[in-house]
Design a protein around this ligand. Structure first.
Ligand code: ARG
Length: 363
């Protein structure tokens, strides 16, 4: 770009940003973006850019500005955005992760004592399936909006090589999206294995460019260990199975993380732990969830919300984020992932789910 073109580009960005900001402030959006992007912070940040990838405030906030029903509304286009746009990211992070202030640092990795994690539903009455996932970014690569098509291809190649070395319970096959029929994809999505295509929140954040290049899913034979490649994060490492055997599911995810970590370095910051595209996933990046059927509590939504809040849980609909519950089935997980250890995140989910089951039993 010539100097003139650069100037023109910046003027366009600033006009688009002003318009979108106006729309946001006039809307009744409940997003954390709307809550924390005050005029003062907006004015402070609107001219800033990250040093390496030149990401702007618009790159951070466009998803939440285009999707006024966002819960959060902000993504980090590259790792530097977390510091350059800290006056906006910090309060959002503090709110979502419940009190992680700019003075706090994320603790070192600690998987904890797995023997203290139990089967959450030994009689198989309530829990349909349990899942534990973490996200990882590969060192040396930016996040989605700043990735080139070659970055996607390189990461996928790197991972395909690593997958070939996975053995025992983790052994499986990698399926690139480019070689899957729509029908196969839909089946895997319906069975809760694969990510959806065309998530409007990610799309607006420029996280779906060059789709389906470089995207795919690795699955072990039993479909209990999965890795998503280049969806929202470079990697999502997932362990899941029917029932409530949390300890075993968590153990398998850890094995997978350790096996991959021997071959590739992950991006980690002193303050935020593992770095991810979305600020909700920073830190441990762990989301431990149960697909749980609680028809009685479901008809007393207030009660369910109250117990969830008490245990710092997040209640999602049957098909996950931004969906409704079908027949009293919810996807319930730990909410915060930053400022506590991996083990503490698991324990928070376990304690909460056990209480929810107890309540449902007593109704
Ligand atoms: N940007 C979306 C919102 O604000 C999703 C946020 C959290 N989920 C995620 N997959 N990162 O509602």
């Amino acid at each position: 770009m010539s100097q003139d073109q650069k100037k023109c580009h910046l003027i366009c960005v600033s006009k688009a940003l002003d318009d979108a900001y106006k729309r946001l402030t006039q809307s009744d959006s409940k997003s954390l973006l709307k809550k924390y992007l005050t005029q003062e912070i907006y004015d402070e940040l609107k001219q800033k850019q990250t040093p390496t990838f030149k990401s702007t405030l618009l790159d951070c906030v466009q998803s939440g500005m285009m999707n006024l029903d966002s819960g959060i509304g902000i993504y980090a286009p590259d790792p530097e955005a977390y510091s350059v746009f800290a006056p906006l990211f910090d309060p959002i992070i503090e709110d979502y992760h419940m009190g992680f202030t700019p003075q706090n640092s994320h603790p070192p990795l600690n998987w904890g004592n797995l023997n203290t994690l139990v089967n959450l539903d030994p009689q198989n009455k309530y829990i349909i399936s349990t899942r534990v996932r973490c996200g990882r970014s590969i060192e040396g690569y930016p996040f989605n909006p700043c990735m080139s098509e070659d970055h996607y291809i390189e990461i996928e190649k790197k991972m395909e090589n690593i997958f070939q070395g996975l053995s025992g319970e983790l052994e499986g096959t990698y399926r690139p999206l480019t070689k899957m029929t729509k029908c196969e994809q839909e089946r895997l999505i319906d069975d809760h294995y694969l990510f959806k295509e065309g998530d409007r929140f990610l799309k607006a954040a420029k996280a779906c460019r060059f789709w389906p290049t470089g995207r795919g899913i690795y699955m072990n034979k039993n479909k209990t260990f999965l890795i998503w490649v280049n969806e929202e994060d470079h990697l999502r490492i997932i362990s899941m199975e029917p029932g409530g055997n949390l300890g075993d599911i968590y153990r398998r995810m850890i094995e997978g993380v350790k096996a991959i970590e021997q071959q590739v370095s992950f991006s980690r910051s002193d303050r935020f732990g593992y770095l991810t595209f979305c600020p909700t996933n920073l830190g441990t990046t762990i989301r431990a969830s149960a697909h749980i059927k609680v028809p009685k509590l479901s008809s007393d939504k207030e009660k369910l919300e109250a117990v969830a809040e008490k245990h710092h849980l997040q209640v999602r609909g049957t098909r996950g984020e931004h969906t409704e519950s079908e027949e009293g089935v919810y996807d319930i997980s730990n909410k915060r992932r930053l400022g506590l250890t991996e083990y503490e995140a698991l324990k928070e989910m376990q304690d909460g789910i056990l209480e929810i089951i107890k309540m449902e039993d007593s109704l």
